[in-house]
Design a protein around this ligand. Structure first.
Ligand SMILES: O=P(O)(O)OC[C@H]1O[C@](O)(CO)[C@@H](O)[C@@H]1O
Length: 240
């Protein structure tokens, strides 16, 4: 595991955007695995700024997102589809048909999960997967106890996740209790992984991950078994 220590969230976003831009420049048809949540907003803002200034092309880039809340349509302002359009997709020349976000509304979720895995396979796999990490160690919405062999599946969100993510909703009651998420095996099949950890709330879980012990109680600990993981963490997240 390669740990890049930075001072602030701004520096973390700067570093992450540089790594993504390097990937895009080296492989213009890269398949990027994308995340949502607070950790990645600064990175997406810098990619948009770069595109406006330097016209970095995204027209051959494909994207696959980690997760989506069950019950939220793509046009719901609280959905991850909406998040991605708001913070990234609508500001760059990425083709909509090249973006893939798991469907939060479907009459056959088992098929949706299977189709999502098929999509990733047909794209040739993920070249670079961007991750945040939940305070309980979740990656995507893979909560503690999720099998390391899991593929895209439906999850019951943990109380901790519902509580923490309620900050993006009006009330905690509005937070969906289920989600569709890439599985841990799906994530681990990515060629490269970049995990962002910012702020003091992530210090305890980051310490767990960096211990090196691999346990399904800490989903992100599985990254210790991946050949090409970069963790970008700021001082607060690395404070013991
Ligand atoms: O970056 P945040 O908002 O701390 O979220 C961390 C993780 O939690 C999720 O938002 C799921 O709750 C992931 O998509 C994200 O990587």
């Amino acid at each position: 595991m390669n740990i890049i220590r930075v001072a602030t969230y701004k520096d973390l976003s700067e570093k992450a955007s540089q790594i993504l831009l390097k990937q895009i420049k080296e492989k213009s048809n890269s398949v990027l695995g994308l995340a949502t949540g607070g950790s990645v907003i600064g990175t997406y803002e810098l990619l948009v700024e770069d595109h406006k200034k330097n016209k970095t092309p995204y027209n051959q880039i494909k994207t696959v997102n980690l997760d989506e809340y069950i019950g939220l349509k793509p046009n719901n302002p609280y959905s991850y589809h909406y998040f991605m359009n708001q913070y990234l997709f609508q500001h760059i020349d990425l083709l909509e048909q090249h973006t893939h976000v798991p469907k939060g509304v479907s009459d056959d979720f088992q098929n949706e999960c299977h189709q999502y895995e098929q999509t990733i396979e047909q794209l040739g796999g993920i070249d670079l997967q961007l991750l945040g990490v939940g305070v309980n160690g979740h990656i995507g919405f893979n909560e503690p106890g999720t099998s390391f062999q899991s593929k895209t599946h439906i999850v019951d969100l943990s109380p901790s996740t519902i509580e923490v993510n309620s900050r993006f909703f009006n009330t905690i009651e509005e937070v969906p209790t289920k989600a569709i998420t890439m599985g841990i095996q799906t994530i681990m099949n990515s060629k490269k992984i970049v995990l962002l950890a910012s702020g003091k709330t992530k210090a305890p879980i980051l310490k767990e991950i960096l211990k090196g012990e691999v346990t399904e109680n800490v989903p992100a600990s599985v990254l210790n078994q991946h050949p090409d993981v970069t963790i970008i963490a700021d001082e607060e997240a690395l404070a013991n």
